[in-house]
Design a binder for this molecule. Structure first.
Ligand code: 13P
Ligand code: SF4
Length: 338
């Protein structure tokens, strides 16, 4: 294996990456592009050689999202596609819980995350032991866990959810006769769902370090600054008072779909920065203002680390097979209900 790849910007590299550059819609200036394109070309070649697939979350930077991602989307879509892939190797460009979800759904495949330190404040806020204690405290009450949790937490969970199907999952349990559910670990997602359902929700005290920073004052200031044409789209990990002041709430994919369907003249997305960059590239006619926050975990994933991951086929996500067996059930239940 040639780890010391020639990463020069050659005419061949220029040709191989031309279509990806068009998709980025002028996001990178020439000098910057010349440093990125050789990585994009090398990664795409190695993917073919090794029958690997890159699953890239909407929060990946445009070089990854448009340059090397084979399947791009929100947490739900990445899980759905992982379950279907025929590739031998999955390179997860996102955070660790997403790679674990892929491994749980594809235990026989090699699942690789380019930086194992790409964590998540929500996933770190709860353990499997915490869920066991909740179940002792509230016997018979089903546990819904956001996919932003570890495999250990999923193994203790009845059904998973993502931000795009959380309300649907809660209502589905309600329709099965549960008037109360436990929802972990995001207190804001749970509160935003609670505002839309009759099912009583017992809430865990976790939060996303990115979305908890948005305030209702931010929303009011943006409206005053940009006028009534501005559409404000919030991720449901934002505090409920922020969502209440916004025009729309949804997962990263649902926000993306809203922009594509409605083409508002002006919009702000209250979510992670790179998502705005990617949506802006695909919707140049929409004026997207840059009020956003960076997720330090997502930003650990870079082109050089992806190339290294493909070359070395690591770091691989390893989960105890007994945990995989138990953690798969709540994810499969969620996929069936989605
Ligand atoms: P989505 O499922 O909306 O992509 O959200 C994942 C996430 O981590 C948001 O912070
Ligand atoms: Fe976790 Fe928030 Fe980063 Fe999403 S944005 S991965 S929820 S810390």
């Amino acid at each position: 294996m040639n780890l010391a790849q020639n990463l020069a910007y050659t005419p061949d590299v220029e040709t191989a990456t031309a279509a990806a550059r068009v998709r980025m819609h002028g996001h990178y200036k020439d000098a910057h592009w010349r440093t990125l394109a050789p990585y994009i070309a090398a990664i795409n070649q190695l993917k073919k050689d090794k029958n690997a697939v890159i699953l890239a979350h909407n929060y990946m930077t445009p070089d990854i999202f448009f340059g090397v991602g084979d399947i791009v989307g929100d947490s739900l879509k990445l899980a759905q596609e992982a379950a279907k892939t025929s590739a031998d190797m999955i390179i997860q460009c996102g955070v660790h819980f997403m790679a674990e979800t892929s491994k749980i759904l594809c235990p026989d495949k090699k699942v690789i995350i380019p930086d194992v330190k790409a964590g998540c404040s929500l996933a770190e806020s709860i353990t499997g032991a915490d869920v066991r204690r909740l179940k002792e405290q509230y016997p018979g009450v089903p546990v819904i866990s956001y996919v932003n949790t570890s495999a250990d937490v999923k193994a203790e969970t009845d059904v998973c959810c993502t931000s795009s199907n959380a309300l649907k999952i809660v209502n589905a349990l309600g329709a099965q006769g549960h008037d109360t559910v436990i929802m972990t670990p995001d207190k804001f997602l749970a509160a935003n769902v609670a505002a839309q359902t009759k099912v009583k929700i017992i809430i865990w005290d976790g939060a996303c370090i990115v979305h908890e920073r948005f305030t209702a004052e931010d929303v009011k200031r943006l409206r005053a600054q940009h006028g009534p044409d501005l559409k404000i789209l919030a991720h449901p990990e934002c505090p409920p008072e922020v969502v209440a002041e916004s025009d729309f709430q949804g997962s990263t994919a649902q926000i993306n779909d809203y922009i594509k369907a409605h083409k508002p003249a002006k919009a702000v997305m209250l979510t992670e920065c790179s998502m705005s960059d990617n949506v802006r590239a695909e919707n140049p006619e929409v004026e997207l203002y840059g009020t956003c926050q960076l997720c330090p975990h997502m930003k650990r994933i870079t082109l050089p680390k992806i190339l290294h991951a493909l070359q070395t086929e690591g770091p691989e996500v390893v989960i105890d097979p007994a945990i995989i067996e138990r953690a798969r059930k709540p994810i499969e239940r969620m996929l069936a209900l989605s």
